[in-house]
Design a protein around this ligand. Structure first.
Ligand SMILES: Nc1nc2c(c(=O)[nH]1)N[C@H]1C(S)=C(S)[C@@H](COP(=O)(O)OP(=O)(O)OC[C@H]3O[C@@H](n4cnc5c(=O)[nH]c(N)nc54)[C@H](O)[C@@H]3O)O[C@H]1N2
Ligand SMILES: Nc1nc2c(c(=O)[nH]1)N[C@H]1C(S)=C(S)[C@@H](COP(=O)(O)OP(=O)(O)OC[C@H]3O[C@@H](n4cnc5c(=O)[nH]c(N)nc54)[C@H](O)[C@@H]3O)O[C@H]1N2
Ligand code: SF4
Ligand SMILES: [Mo]
Length: 878
């Protein structure tokens, strides 16, 4: 692999130099080049030398430069809301943690951390908690994400090891995507897969109850019954056995075939909700294709039997020996940029460090010796859902949350928020001041964000890459590792004296060498002496030695070195009830990252889907009386939410879908985790975030509104949702009761009286604009029905001459581009549909040539393909 220097000089722009670093979003782990010009403008491009992306970036990566402003950043420590110095904040934390340990024992302290922490941060958190405070009460948001995969891997392989490599997607003849919306959630990997398909005709199967953007490039979509994946893979196992596809030579190295087959045979096609013909197509294709990769993600993990589902998939790969060889294997893709690194350091409550086991006395002794620590946790700590329960009932007295926003992202989020608010002492380390969780903290610590900090991350294929700082830390922000080490030192612990992340990395690598002698697969001790600054992306185990893959040789990390097939009794999720008759599925959208604290800043990322919504089947919408673009009110035993209605047959009847991204900051009634039930998998403790029974009815809106504003508005109404636009924000509004005096209401909203008013009492519309020196500062449009306006056009008027804004639509000479589809090239839906209808562009390539759509990052190409596909179908029908 060519070694690329950390400081690059681009050949395209003479004289521009910059920094080589890694994208902070998804687990693909794309390398990026960050260059600044003399004016300080930052440009972010894909690193052509990084093996994970070879120069490609998705739209979120491309927009990274728009998320670097310091607006909204937390710039100084705060104690009970008041700014404080670092010494005061750190001393207070050290005192309170020590007091809790002294008075209530080590288990009264907890850390809740994140798969977005860098490996060095994570290592320090784990060392402090397990080795010095002496409790394993450290858990991470990876519990909501990867825990079932971790548990499934450990049951089958002995360790939490991902066998494969991205290259396997290039080499496979069949790629099965199970519970993965790869096109939106791992876009650069999806593009790589589409390139492989174009080059060698790779067959692609998508298994998802919902028709997603990922289905666009697929040969077969199995819209199975929610939660029926283990039934499907059990049937596959029986089919493999019955049709001579078992690999008897490989099975010499595997235990448990008979028992796994016996339980597999109980599953039946009726459980899957699939037609026998479609099922047969899948079984024949999988069985008959040697080079098959099964990629899986949250549709599998986030389930009350997620670990079993993982093992049902692994069973089929073990039974055929299709594992750890070029172009074949199960592949759990990680979500967060360092989900894998967190697993390596042992950041979960039931792991130790470097893939060593907490329950194993030899492992504990080795780590204790290495850390020279006074104590060592010897039993698993509380897993995320239980941890917040313990905070609620007083078992946890001091809780420190780093780099995650559980008041939004945990199931039963309102209850979790109450538990955080009620806990004796809560510290939150975040880069931003006003997250839903930060608002609940006693002590807030300002963290350096991407661009300001140094460390390493490990991506889905076990590739370790450097994140490098290219900006100074704003205000008093400090890295997470520094905060943790400072508190440890102030608690009187030694072993936390590092001066830099490089020193922590060296210690972690050295410990992995000790782990290696105990049989751990994770041994990166070879990297101990590496030049940290120049460290090039590297896959462990180091590619040169072992080919970068595991288990192809039939040797596993179990005591007898044999793999394990696990008998899986397939279960379906609990039935919906009469009171809560819909099964709510949740997940992600293309252009936002989780709770939107960073992606929400970039106007172009708000253009694609700018509001919390409910995707619901036309028959369901008709049944409960939901009209398009109105609002739906959802209730579950846990809570309530109001979401915009998007009627679509991409979801099946009874199985509506809602994205997870909106918060108290962006849409207080759109927080879907307020609804989600805290049901967990019994083995992994991972919540079942994709399957909550809910009731749905129309939200009885007396009025709907739309506003644009340069100033930050905080409306007081039943429903609002905010999105960034250039120069300000746009807001959707609605209320159950109309105010008596609309002008007074508008004055309150803007904080000043409107300068222009347009009222049509007969139609019940009220429009107000506010301008200063003739320039539009804000406008609001109110109507009895959902307001139909050219929103993109209106947003573009902020700061421009006020005249005509209240017309709400562009002049006849300026056609409305409609909602943005291609965020990079700013191409709207109407523009695309016009080009297709007029025959100007009837292929993806032509859309690119005529409009530029899809020519930059390519994230919108599945949607462009869907628009073309629909047009072709309509033409054929006519
Ligand atoms: N744009 C964007 N990308 C991201 C993220 C983001 O926030 N935004 N987050 C990152 C993170 S942390 C993660 S974990 C990954 C998640 O990546 P994915 O797992 O691909 O994303 P999700 O949308 O959570 O869920 C995937 C699919 O599971 C389906 N599903 C629901 N129930 C079932 C079921 O019973 N069986 C099957 N087979 N499928 C089911 C849903 O319909 C959904 O389409 O994305 C990462 N990438
Ligand atoms: N309903 C439903 N809920 C889900 C899911 C789902 O599919 N459905 N998915 C789950 C999954 S897979 C995941 S991974 C979680 C993600 O959920 P979270 O981890 O809660 O979401 P994020 O928005 O990524 O939170 C990261 C926080 O870190 C802050 N931050 C940014 N940079 C830094 C830094 O350098 N240091 C520090 N200390 N803080 C920083 C951000 O401002 C933000 O507040 O959500 C889970 N919740
Ligand atoms: S696919 Fe997109 S979000 Fe994921 S690492 Fe690459 S650029 Fe970042
Ligand atoms: Mo995740």
């Amino acid at each position: 692999m060519p070694v690329s220097p950390a400081i690059f000089r681009t050949s395209r722009q003479e004289g521009v130099s910059g920094t080589r670093t890694t994208c902070p979003y998804c687990g693909v782990g794309c390398g990026v080049l960050v260059a600044s010009d003399v004016k300080g403008n930052v440009t972010v491009t894909g690193d052509p030398d990084h093996p994970a992306n070879r120069g490609r970036l998705c739209v979120k990566g491309t927009a990274l430069g728009e998320t670097l402003a310091t607006d909204g950043r937390l710039l100084a420590p705060r104690i009970n809301g008041a700014e404080a110095g670092w010494d005061a904040a750190l001393d207070l934390i050290a005192t309170r943690l020590s007091q809790a340990v002294a008075m209530h024992g080590p288990d009264s302290v907890a850390l809740y951390v994140s798969g977005q922490l860098l490996t060095e941060d994570y290592y320090v958190a784990n060392k402090l908690m397990k080795g010095f405070i002496g409790s394993a009460n450290i858990d991470t948001n990876s519990r909501l994400c990867m825990a079932s995969s971790v548990a499934g891997h450990r049951r089958a392989f002995g360790t939490d090891t991902v066998p494969g490599q991205y290259e396997d997607l290039d080499l496979a003849d069949l790629v099965v995507l199970v519970g993965s919306n790869l096109a939106w959630c791992h876009p650069v990997l999806h593009q790589r897969l589409m390139a492989a398909k174009a080059a060698r005709g790779t067959k692609i199967v998508v298994i998802d109850p919902r028709r997603t953007a990922t289905c666009e490039g697929a040969d077969l979509h199995l819209a199975l019954a929610p939660g029926a994946d283990a039934h499907l893979f059990n049937m596959l196992l029986s089919h493999l056995a019955d049709n001579g596809h078992l690999n008897t030579a490989f099975l010499q190295n595997v235990q448990g075939l008979e028992a796994a087959l016996a339980t597999a045979r109980i599953s039946d096609v009726t459980d899957t909700g699939l037609s026998p013909a479609v099922l047969d197509q899948f079984l024949t294709l999988w069985a008959g294709t040697e080079k098959v990769v099964t990629v899986y993600s949250q549709g599998i993990n986030q389930s009350d039997s997620g670990t079993d589902k993982v093992n049902a998939i692994l069973n089929c790969h073990l039974a055929t020996g299709r594992i750890g060889c070029p172009g074949m294997g199960p592949f759990s893709v990680t979500g967060q940029p360092n989900a894998m690194g967190g697993r390596e350091v042992g950041g979960l409550a039931n792991m130790l460090a470097c893939h060593l086991e907490l329950e194993n006395p030899d492992h504990r002794a080795a780590v204790q010796g290495f850390w020279a620590c006074p104590t060592m946790a010897d039993r698993p700590g509380l897993k995320a859902v239980d941890m917040f329960r313990a905070a609620e009932d007083g078992r946890i007295r001091a809780l420190w949350i780093l780099h995650t926003n559980p008041a939004v992202s945990m199931p039963d989020a309102d209850r979790v928020a109450r538990a955080i608010a009620g806990c004796d002492f809560v510290v939150v380390s975040d880069a931003f001041a006003l997250t839903d969780t930060a608002r609940l903290a006693d002590v807030l610590l300002p963290a350096t964000a991407w661009g300001e900090k140094d460390g390493t991350v490990t991506n889905s294929e076990r590739m370790i890459s450097r994140q490098r700082a290219f900006l100074p830390a704003p205000g008093q922000a400090r890295p997470d590792w520094w905060q943790l080490a400072q508190v440890a030192r102030r608690m009187g612990f030694s072993g936390f004296e590092w001066a830099s992340p490089a020193e922590i990395f060296a210690e972690h690598a050295a410990l992995s060498g000790v782990a290696g002698t105990l049989g751990s697969d994770f041994d990166i001790s070879g990297l101990r002496g590496a030049d940290y600054e120049e460290l090039a992306p590297v896959v462990w185990p180091q590619a040169a030695q072992k080919g970068g893959r595991f288990f192809g040789n039939g040797r596993f990390h179990t005591p007898d070195e044999r793999g394990r097939m696990v008998p899986v009794t397939a279960r379906l999720p609990a039935k919906v009830t009469q009171a809560h008759p819909f099964r709510l599925n949740t997940g992600r959208i293309r252009d936002q990252w989780h709770t939107m604290t960073r992606t929400g800043m970039a106007p172009r990322l708000s253009q694609h889907l700018g509001e919390p919504y409910l995707e619901i089947h036309p028959a369901d919408a008709a049944r409960v009386g939901l009209a398009p673009a109105t609002l739906a009110e959802l209730t579950s035993p846990q809570g309530r939410a109001i979401l915009r209605v998007m009627i679509s047959d991409a979801v099946a009847p009874g199985q509506p879908f809602a994205p997870m991204h909106w918060t108290g900051e962006t849409a207080p009634s759109g927080r879907v985790d307020a609804l989600v039930a805290p049901v967990t998998d019994p083995v992994s403790g991972q919540p079942a975030s994709k399957s909550t029974p809910v009731a749905i009815r129309p939200f009885a809106a007396a009025w709907y509104g739309f506003a644009i504003s340069q100033r930050d508005l905080m409306p007081a109404c039943d429903y609002w949702a905010k999105a960034s636009v250039n120069g300000g924000a746009q807001l959707e509004l609605a209320g159950a009761h109309a105010p008596e005096d609309w002008a007074a209401w508008a004055t309150k909203l803007f904080g000043a009286p409107p300068t222009t008013t347009l009222t049509d009492l007969a139609r019940g519309t009220h429009r107000f604009a506010i301008a200063q020196r003739g320039q539009l500062q804000g406008a609001v449009f109110v109507a009895r029905d959902p307001v139909l306006l050219a929103r993109g056009h209106l947003a573009s008027l902020l700061g421009a001459a006020e005249g005509g804004a209240l017309a709400g639509r562009p002049g006849a000479d300026q056609p409305d581009p409609g909602p943005t589809v291609c965020a990079c090239m700013n191409v709207g839906l109407n523009t695309i549909l016009r080009s297709i209808a007029e025959g100007d562009a009837l292929s993806l390539q032509a859309l690119g040539e005529v409009l530029g759509a899809g020519t930059n990052c390519g994230s919108c190409r599945p949607e462009l393909a869907a628009l073309l596909h629909r047009h072709i179908q309509r033409e054929a029908a006519e």
